[in-house]
Ligand binder design. Sequence first.
Ligand SMILES: O=C1O[C@H](COP(=O)(O)O)[C@@H](O)[C@H](O)[C@H]1O
Length: 251
Amino acid sequence: MVKVYAYEDSDAIAKSLAKFIIQQQDAILATKEQFTIAISGGSLISILAKGLLKNKDIKWSKWVIYFSDERVVPLNDKDSNFGAFEKEVLEPLAHENLIGPTVVTINESLVHSEDHKTDQQIAEEYEASLPEHGIDLVLLGCGPDGHTCSLFPGHKLLSESSSNVAALYDSPKPPPRRITLTLKYLAKSGTICFVATGSSKQTVLKEIFGDSESKLPSAIVNGLAEDVKGGVCWFVDNSAVEGVEVEKLQY
Ligand SMILES: O=C1O[C@H](COP(=O)(O)O)[C@@H](O)[C@H](O)[C@H]1O
């Protein structure tokens, strides 16, 4: 079953999400040396910054961070998911003089080529750096159109069944060139956790939780809950789930 944790505002989400992440981290580090986590872009990053920075229970040096999707732009570009994470989390963390996480980025030296084959190479190289058996915890966003990672409604990549990472050149949300984890790889995740805030998500959440036939990418990921050992859950604020018929829990 997909669990939905609902809170008053993003400060409360940040606090509970941090607690959830630490619990996942500790459970994994009790069994192996490193904790692998995938981060999404967009609104998630400032929630992570709020909850994780200055949090003494995060064992950063044991984290290996991947991106669930990335825009094919230089890493310091305003559109880069890594760039946003670096600015909001990694740079402040560096000021704390701690040993930081290992962060796996796309091969920036290839982003200037306009050749689609090069984007394919970026995706293949990223795939080669991923853990074969899936990432321990995958944090996802959900766009107002129901996209997650860079998997967009109706896009042909929703039926990609051979690769773990795929390139696209026609993202309906700018920038158009991106790479993304595929549904095939998401199904291997240890745990999947969505974070969605704000009233712009209400309509799409009504469909995702109210229409069992929905073909929206985020609804398809909810449907992976049986395959994913630790399940699929959502951290949302009350305005995102206003009018959505779902049991609202607290973590
Ligand atoms: O383009 C993207 O959007 C989604 C959703 O972002 P949000 O700001 O609506 O939360 C994000 O999860 C994804 O990583 C990003 O590339």
